[in-house]
Design a binder for this molecule. Structure first.
Ligand code: GDP
Ligand code: MG
Length: 172
């Protein structure tokens, strides 16, 4: 963040297909996923206070963006680690990413939300809500389930990360 304390980079991490770009396009207010558009800057108002958020959808090497994963690990003031509740593998990947992030930013108390996306696909669920919640406890981060398809909890997720950024700002 900047010295005024209201300018933040939020990085989307997670396996390919988890729904990072779908969540990003909702943040950007765009109807569809925009291929090749990886950085979304917006002013958001949360609890009556504005913040300028740059949402970076730059993690996926398969998207062919110009960011390296190492740069993504360093660039974030906060992280959204996304998995799909329909894919256990992506849930396991999320845990690996949390470890990778902790290693890269050792002494920092980073705001992180573990995001179980695609919660609309109830009949394809492979990861329970309780497993997601328990994982977040172990990894000392927040947890939310979202559906980009139904736009369920997406606003809550972005508001949540802004609130966490402010909490840390205000206790410094
Ligand atoms: P990324 O690789 O993490 O950026 O994933 P995408 O955002 O490209 O999403 C991968 C696929 O999952 C696309 O076909 C999306 O339409 C779909 N998808 C993303 N989020 C959801 C969701 O919440 N529910 C459902 N049913 N499909 C989703
Ligand atoms: Mg993507």
């Amino acid at each position: 963040g900047d010295s005024a304390g209201n300018l933040y980079n939020v990085v989307l991490m997670g396996g390919h297909g988890a729904g990072k770009s779908a969540l990003a396009s909702i943040f950007a207010g765009a109807p569809d996923t925009m291929d090749g558009d990886f950085e979304h800057c917006r002013t958001v108002t949360v609890d009556g206070e504005s913040a300028i958020i740059t949402l970076l959808d730059t993690w996926d090497p398969q998207d062919g963006g110009s960011w390296t994963q190492e740069q993504c690990l360093q660039a974030g003031d906060a992280y959204l680690i996304v998995y799909s509740i329909t894919e256990r593998e992506s849930f396991e990947r999320a845990s690996e990413l949390r470890i990778q992030l902790r290693r890269a930013r050792q002494s920092e108390d980073l705001p992180i939300i573990l995001v179980g996306n695609k919660c609309d696909l109830v009949r394809c669920r492979e990861v329970s809500v309780n497993e997601g919640r328990a994982c977040a406890v172990v990894f000392d981060c927040k947890f939310i389930e979202t559906s980009a398809a139904m736009q369920h909890n997406v606003r809550e997720m972005f508001d949540g990360i802004v609130r966490q950024l402010r909490l840390r700002r205000d206790t410094k």
